[in-house]
Design a protein around this ligand. Structure first.
Ligand SMILES: Cc1cc2nc3c(=O)[nH]c(=O)nc-3n(C[C@H](O)[C@H](O)[C@H](O)COP(=O)(O)OP(=O)(O)OC[C@H]3O[C@@H](n4cnc5c(N)ncnc54)[C@H](O)[C@@H]3O)c2cc1C
Length: 404
């Protein structure tokens, strides 16, 4: 008689666990609140599904901050190479982009998800959508369905409900009070890979909102990276900002203030820039001098003035220094609903080495709802796949042991 497993949450973590458990011969049912599964996975594919990363694996495994130690052996279960092989087996070839990020050749998630769901169907996985998990009644799982409340008893349960970003796609973190009620330790959820509000003036905002700031270097506690970002309504967002978002968010929490140091002219030294600025005709306008000497476009010039309204009073060396290290203060992270991912979640000390809740034997947890975070670059999906497999192995082991 196969053992029954409920997987609550049909995102990448839950579906990966379903594949493994069904492959082991268990009777697997995936429950999801939404009308279809994998909605965030599909959204991730809209901007080019970055499924994993090709950097040196020794470096790769250090991308998970405080959770590095805990995730290290788990990532070995689904390495970047293994993810590429898995995707290829589902008919999705991948390529390594110039930044080392790995994408499906078709860039999209939909062909991969379609093939994956077909495989799960072949493996006998039952998908029950429009089933919202609302908690436990003792050993019974409770679901709200269009037909009313359903009570389900299974041999093992995996909870893989995701974080709190983009709640309209399904992961709305309604599980937080449900698990807290079970005595599960939850680290407060915070936005990760997010934009920030800044103290921009109304006029700057109106004029430059939506405009990119290209080819800049940004420095925060995590180090220096080069890239671009966008002036958003009242703030900043984009890949370069996401790379520094955990450091900025943590500094705001810790110190009440945080700033990103921007180098608006990477590749030029302060001395060279100062010499070029000093050569400019003092009668020319400030903008003209900056355009000619530093090759700054109007958005960069406006940002410079927004940060320091008296920049035009500075001498060449002072101005060059400001252009090379512009301290852009951030006020607060944008709301978690807008973030790419979520920091915080089920504390790693609340689960055992097999991803089972210590206080609820037979109930396991995987994916983004666990307390780890990582930058963008394919690290998020990789850890969701890997923790899905780790929890599935834990469930398989648990079910084997319970037969004895
Ligand atoms: C815009 C955007 C772009 C992204 N791009 C990338 C990228 O390129 N690369 C990358 O690595 N990561 C990316 N991510 C992050 C990645 O998509 C997530 O980390 C990943 O989807 C999390 O997987 P998960 O299985 O843990 O949870 P989710 O994918 O969030 O799935 C959770 C599932 O649980 C269901 N659920 C929630 N509550 C309940 C309930 N009470 N009852 C039943 N079901 C419930 C939801 O409907 C959902 O289907 C992106 C995220 C966003 C928002």
């Amino acid at each position: 008689m196969p053992k029954s497993v409920a997987i609550i949450g049909g995102g990448p973590a839950g579906l990966m666990a379903a594949e493994h458990l069904a492959g082991k011969g268990h009777a697997v049912t995936v429950y999801d609140a939404m009308p279809t599964v994998g909605r965030k996975f599909l959204l991730a594919g809209k901007s080019g599904l970055n499924i994993t990363h090709a950097e040196d694996y020794a470096r790769f495994v250090t991308r998970y901050g405080a959770a590095n130690g805990r995730l290290r052996p788990v990532l070995d279960l689904m390495t970047p190479e293994a993810i590429r092989a898995w995707a290829a087996d589902l008919g999705t070839e991948t390529f390594v982009g110039s930044s080392g990020r790995i994408f499906p050749t078709a860039m999209k998630a939909s062909p991969l998800l379609r093939a994956w769901l077909k495989r799960l169907e072949r493996l006998g996985v039952t998908m029950l959508t429009r089933h919202r998990w609302t908690g436990f009644d003792g050993d019974v799982l409770l679901f709200e369905t269009p037909e009313g409340q359903k009570r389900v008893i299974v041999d093992a349960t995996l909870i893989a409900l995701g974080g709190a970003s983009w709640p309209k796609l399904g992961s709305d973190a309604a599980w937080v009070p449900l698990l807290k009620a079970q005595g599960v330790d939850i680290t407060p959820l915070r936005p990760a890979n997010c934009g920030f509000d800044c103290n921009f003036s109304e006029s700057f905002d109106t004029r430059f909102s939506g405009q990119p700031i290209k080819s800049v270097k940004a420095t925060s506690a995590v180090g220096t990276t080069q890239g671009e970002f966008v002036i958003s309504r009242g703030g900043i967002e984009g890949s370069l900002i996401y790379a520094h978002s955990a450091a900025l968010r943590d500094a705001l929490d810790r110190d009440g203030h945080a700033e990103l140091l921007l180098d608006l002219t990477p590749g030029r030294t302060v001395e060279k820039l100062a010499a070029d600025l000093a050569r400019q005709d003092r009668k020319a306008s400030f903008s003209t001098r900056l355009k000619k000497a530093a090759n700054l476009d109007s958005a960069k010039i406006a940002l410079l003035r927004e940060v320091n309204a008296e920049a035009n009073q500075l001498d060449a060396i002072g101005l060059a220094s400001l252009i090379k290290a512009l301290p852009l203060a951030v006020k607060r992270p944008r709301p978690i609903a807008e973030a790419i991912s979520t920091a915080g979640g089920v504390a790693l000390n609340a689960i055992d080495g097999h991803f089972m809740l210590k206080g609820r034997p037979g109930t396991f947890v995987a994916g983004e709802m666990l307390d780890w975070e990582a930058p963008t670059g394919g690290y998020l999906l990789t850890a969701c796949f890997a923790t899905g497999i780790a929890a599935a192995s834990g469930i398989d082991r648990w079910l084997e042991a319970s037969k004895a």
